[in-house]
Design a protein around this ligand. Structure first.
Ligand code: SF4
Ligand code: SF4
Length: 388
């Protein structure tokens, strides 16, 4: 794609990156076939290619209308288009740039509403009070300590997960302890930056990200083997830290190290001997979060780990499509979000499962609010309480 971005923009790191990404798109439109919003509306402007053209207009002509903001907002940042694109277009980086440039044109009341939601979700004292009323799971098994330590890892506890579903981190720690892995927990008092970053609050996001990088780098230097994430939405953000700094930025090397050390819990367990772990359930349906399959480029990884403990997952229709959760998307775009959840639950329920599992707290909460079938994190299937 040819571009004519004005010099004052192209000479900025953001403008340069956007120009590179735009030029890599050959406007073939293959990506539209797997775009959830295009599938619902059939509108080209709700497709990846349509949004790429909108962002091109923002960059070249500073052309931002109310509709531009709306179509950019309606993108789930699910990155299914990146998986499909034959040219390797880094769409998610482009949409972040486009959204940031379009942000000043957003209506004042939208800015206020979004700032309020951001504040609520990223302020532990506020969020924890609300979470008391919507808590999803509690801890019912004893904590295990490793008998012989073979490795140490840092567990990213997440900002909303401990309040909403504390059993996820608890089970993860027990699974790791059973395998002889000692867990160092972050005293994570703030978000990984994903919420602020995807809601165009870049300055705040960078503050949080730099503070996390500083804290986690110290732990890496103390000899931890990996940084483990149990929420794929947080994991993909931390893995992307390295893309947020220019190579000459003092934070680049540290960000690169943090990103490279970060693994989803499924990625970490895949190479381990899991024969000591017990299987808790069968007849399971699995929803692969977009942040795991498209964002972290790990399609099929949870299925592989579960197969190692003899849990077979039946394939579901349209497993590549988003469930509509997408971070704060379900709050700001409830109509599309509910339609996608309805479609996803229909496919997940087709085999009459006893339980639905997933790998991200956002998907878990969103799906469970639309069905009577219990929804859990897949790690919770690995019952090790009787080994305690
Ligand atoms: S993003 Fe990729 S798939 Fe979509 S139009 Fe551009 S080159 Fe084609
Ligand atoms: S990120 Fe998802 S919703 Fe957005 S354009 Fe790509 S496929 Fe469509």
């Amino acid at each position: 794609m040819q571009t004519k971005i004005p010099e004052q923009i192209i000479n900025t790191p953001q403008g340069k990156k956007a120009d590179e990404i735009l030029r890599s798109c050959v406007h073939c439109g293959f990506c539209s076939a797997t775009c959830p919003t295009y599938q619902i509306s059939g509108n080209e402007l709700d497709s990846p290619r349509g949004r790429i053209y909108l962002i091109k207009s923002v960059l070249e002509k500073n052309q931002v209308s109310k509709d531009t903001v709306q179509y950019l907002d309606q993108c789930l940042t699910c990155r299914a288009c990146e998986t499909t694109c034959p040219s390797g277009v880094e769409y998610s980086q482009l949409i972040d740039i486009g959204r940031e440039l379009a942000e000043p044109k957003r209506a004042w009341w939208q800015k206020l509403y979004r700032a309020g939601v951001r504040q609520l979700l990223t302020t532990p004292v506020l969020f924890n009070s609300v979470a008391l009323f919507v808590q999803h799971s509690s801890i019912n098994t004893p904590a295990i300590t490793p008998s012989a330590v073979t490795a140490r890892v840092l567990l990213l506890t997440g900002c909303v997960q401990p309040a909403l579903a504390p059993n996820i981190n608890h089970t993860t720690k027990n699974v790791l302890a059973t395998l002889g892995v000692e867990v160092v927990e972050t005293t994570q008092t703030q978000c990984c930056g994903a919420l602020e970053h995807h809601l165009s609050a870049q300055e705040k996001a960078l503050q949080q990200i730099k503070s996390n990088i500083d804290a986690w780098s110290e732990l890496i230097n103390s000899g931890i083997e990996a940084i483990i994430s149990t929420a794929s939405g947080c994991g993909v953000m931390v893995k992307d830290y390295k893309t947020l700094f220019e190579k000459n930025d003092p934070y680049y090397q540290k960000a690169l190290l943090v990103s490279e050390k970060t693994q989803d819990i499924a990625e970490y367990l895949l190479g381990k001997d899991l024969s000591v772990l017990r299987v808790k359930a069968n007849n399971i349906s699995y929803h692969a979060p977009c942040t795991l399959q498209h964002g972290q480029k790990l399609p099929g990884i949870v299925e592989k780990v579960l197969a190692k403990v003899d849990i077979q997952i039946s394939p579901i229709t349209d497993s590549h499509l988003c469930c509509g959760s997408a971070g704060s998307y379900s709050i700001f775009q409830p109509t599309i979000s509910k339609q996608l959840r309805k479609n996803k639950l229909q496919h997940l329920s087709a085999s009459n499962p006893d339980i639905i599992v997933t790998a991200n707290i956002g998907c878990l909460m969103h799906l469970s609010s639309g069905t009577d079938i219990p929804v859990k994190h897949w790690i919770e299937l690995l019952d090790i309480s009787e080994n305690a």
